[in-house]
Design a protein around this ligand. Sequence first.
Ligand code: SAM
Length: 277
Amino acid sequence: MTTTYQSAELEELAPEHFSRARAPRVYDCLLGGVDTYQCDRDAALDLYMAAPWAALAARTNRHFTQTATAAAVRRGIGQFLDLGCGIPHRPNLHHLVPHGSPVVYVDRDPGVLAHAKSRLDVGPPYETTVVAADLMDMEELLARPDVAGAFDPGRPIAVAVHDVLPWNADDAAVADAMAVLRGWLPTGSTLSITHLTDHFNARTVPKAVAAYERHGLTVRPRSLTGISAFFGGFTHLGSGPAAVSQWSAHGPNVFHFTPYPARASDCAAFAGIAVKT
Ligand SMILES: C[S@@+](CC[C@H](N)C(=O)[O-])C[C@H]1O[C@@H](n2cnc3c(N)ncnc32)[C@H](O)[C@@H]1O
């Protein structure tokens, strides 16, 4: 079978990049995207057999980008950092913010970057940058001229870390990276995180983890305590991390977002938005 690659950068990737499932492409498949290969679709089907809520969970997670971005825009924030941005999927973050706001997209996956460079690194009226970097080297990432130089350090930044940390199994490394990020952010910044958990669905989340494992992908659900720690001492909007589909309805929010129509057990993730005060 002949494969048609979509860009010269994709053509340069090693053959195994297209024959083994990749986390961002399985997620793209669950979202109904087209940037996938047979290995990703096989993994998505296996995952779906183990956890029939998987596609709804992906959509719910993706919807939360709109919630978190709207929350930041309402607070007057005009600079945005999307860590682990994934394969572009409309609306992307720069579609949700006032024109001219700097938006920096970061990912470590070479396939994601090839797609992102062609579809996210766009010109006016948008001010977007795509950066190849690993969050686990957070200090290095934040010191890069294309990241640090994109932002006014005197003004708050909204950072999205959505469904990224579960793909990093080393608890200590993730904790360190998030501490560096929190320390770097200017006062008034928002940090939004979504994270897989078995808190709402202890029966099928382990089956989903095993399905990923069968396709060579390691994903790590974390507890409420573990996920809450990634926010450090930031002040939560609402009353703290909630099921990703329920966040807007949870606690005394000053915002009135429409919750995504999914049960907590069908999104299997916590979401939170917190402010550096
Ligand atoms: C499931 S996708 C989520 C995409 C997007 N954030 C969303 O919520 O729609 C996870 C993305 O995080 C990226 N990722 C995971 N760990 C990363 C790391 N340590 N550094 C940079 N990117 C990472 C993956 O390459 C992938 O594109």
